[in-house]
Design a protein around this ligand. Sequence first.
Ligand code: HPA
Ligand code: ZN
Length: 326
Amino acid sequence: TDIAALVARLPKAELHLHIEGSLEPELMFDLAQRNGIAIPYASVEEIRAAYEFSNLQDFLDIYYVGMNVLQTEQDFHDLTRAYLQRAHADNVRHVELFFDPQGHTDRGIAFKTVIDGITRALDDAEAEWGMTHRLILCFLRHLSEEAAFETLQQAMPHLNRIDGVGLDSSEMGHPPSKFARVFAKVGALGLKRVAHAGEEGPPEYVYEALDLLKVDRLDHGNRALEDSALVDRLVAEKMTLTVCPLSNLRLCGVERLEDHPMKRMLDLGLRATCNSDDPAYFGGYVNDNYVRTAEAVGLTADDIIELARNSFRGSFLEPDEIERRL
Ligand code: HPA
Ligand code: ZN
């Protein structure tokens, strides 16, 4: 269709992508065999069949099992390489990847193993295709503040490769306020700050992300729409929202993609972007997210172009570099 052709030709940045969420069932199965790791699935088909979620926690329970197959530097490289190839095929020119070190260090994998594998693939993509990147360490918010401080300590020798810190995993019951002190330290280190907020959590969590964590960007942010004063503030501050429509659909944030608020967000003047979140689990990479959302909610060509431009505006590229790419 026209929409698919437009989306395919637009240069894009992807700003909300959990690298562990790009682990396709085929690679999961191969790595399980390569590493002698038991997984609770007998085939690739069985893995795919398990991907029926009714909320965020349903997904996370399976996501943390899947990542057990990741053991060596080569595994993290191969995972990242596979995602970058998919992104390159979608004409993604800049990526800002999340990774979840606690999902690995808590099962005995060294922080260095994780980051060395990921960055080797990122460096190759830049050399081969000119695809630029930023790397964002996420704290798992269901774990303690103390565990987040320990993880930040483990990251210290690698800060030359880490551009920002985020907050992901189970949102309800784990408000941003729990991590206010560790985010203050992150800011003092000169790192960017982002947080998942308003994916399942209430508008209050979005206020906390802004006021207590001082985020430079908001991940998801859907439930901010319930509070018009909050919407006005996000518009006034030109806050970027990294929206993930197919994720919202698969985690039942919306019942049907036709109900997705992407069009409303753009019409309100919010700086929304379109991203894939965990594409191996949610059934689509970035172009699929653009095309399916555009068709479902009636995005115009101008809306689609605006989403792509917002992806660069909201990126952590240098301002002159952003200007050059718009
Ligand atoms: N939300 C929260 N935590 C996550 C997600 C998500 O969509 N994906 C991976 N960790
Ligand atoms: Zn996410």
